[in-house]
Design a protein around this ligand. Structure first.
Ligand SMILES: [Zn+2]
Length: 101
């Protein structure tokens, strides 16, 4: 599937499972609810992926760990550099990881 991700560019997303790591300084439940809602103004990179009719969310995990530490513990592949990582200062490379089929 080929998708335009805001100003980041146009990318091919192979079918499979992805893990996205985000954070919310406050009211994480409202942020999660927003991510799960399809109708919204597209703002973050993840909004463009979740707005795609072929995308479905299969799990939401919450953690008290810092976002980047949590992200770096995943063992996925980076297909889209800088996705969701515009303000990352920990060298994650991307906050979206491809976990395979
Ligand atoms: Zn990071």
């Amino acid at each position: 599937m080929r998708l335009a991700i805001g100003k980041l560019g146009i990318f091919d997303f192979p079918a499979g499972r992805y893990v996205y790591t985000g954070s919310a300084r406050r009211n994480i439940e409202a942020r999660i609810a927003r991510h799960l809602r399809r109708e919204k103004r597209l703002r973050w990179h993840i909004d463009y992926l979740l707005a795609c009719p072929y995308t479905s969310v299969i799990a939401v995990e919450r953690s008290e760990q810092p976002e980047c530490l949590w992200n770096q513990q995943r063992q996925g592949q980076i297909l889209i550099p800088n996705f969701g990582a515009s303000d990352c200062r920990q060298g994650c490379g991307s906050h979206l990881q491809y976990m395979g089929k």
